[in-house]
Ligand binder design. Sequence first.
Ligand code: CAA
Length: 240
Amino acid sequence: MAHVAVVTGGTRGIGRAICEALKEDGFTVVANYGGNDEKARAFSDETGIPVYKFDVGDHEGTMAACKKIAEEVGPIDVVVNNAGITRDGTLLKMSYEEWDDVMRTNLGGCFNMAKATFEGMKGRKWGRIINIGSINGQAGQYGQVNYAAAKSGIHGFTKALAQEGARYGITVNAIAPGYIDTDMVAAVPENVLEKIVAKIPVGRLGQASEIARGVSFLASEQGAFVTGSTLSINGGQHMY
Ligand code: CAA
């Protein structure tokens, strides 16, 4: 039977490309989303992938939603922690709420999803947890103390949980995307983005499908010996 894969923030941008790639690979894919009902409905109509609305930053809500997915679709064997938000601003301008929203969603979401699914994976002796980090969690980024801290936290979380999962056939890996052509990156002021793109050796933004290809590999049977790793897909912008 096909493994069930849940992709958080799966209806748009990088998440959408990941859903499509995993479906193509033969997984039974479920997409989570947090807010945009209209986009989620359109995504589901176009792809045939079911969508579940919940806030990954809400612990109880995530536990309940994963239980519901397991009952309605099947036990969750693959989790792709992709849901993420930005609240950019320099430290002096950043509110506590902007700090907390990003930590809660981007990093807390990884904990909540793993907490909801790890025991089942352990029982079945097979699992894949793939966390979407960021170049900005590796290198830091002006105006992103919240986002860089959360993404850097994801990289530490990945290495710690990989050690716990290894003996149960659960691999835990991260992908660190660079600047990808998505709504999130399009929100960066044009003059700032131009300077960033000028520093990418490959000379362009990445495509969401180029991140999805990496997820596809890490989720596969052939990825079984890869755990605790971070795959950087950033056009050479940061070599880590
Ligand atoms: N290093 C050093 N100084 C910098 C700098 C940098 N990287 N960027 C800006 N500055 C300087 C500016 O030159 C300016 O200096 P002056 O006042 O002397 O001219 C000063 O800092 C203020 O800059 P801004 O006018 O840009 O300040 P602001 O408060 O209006 O905006 C900001 C700050 C919101 C952080 C804005 O610079 C910004 O949006 N930066 C982009 C942040 C970014 O890259 N976000 C990534 C989003 S996509 C993503 O996160 C996905 C992923 O994983 C890659």
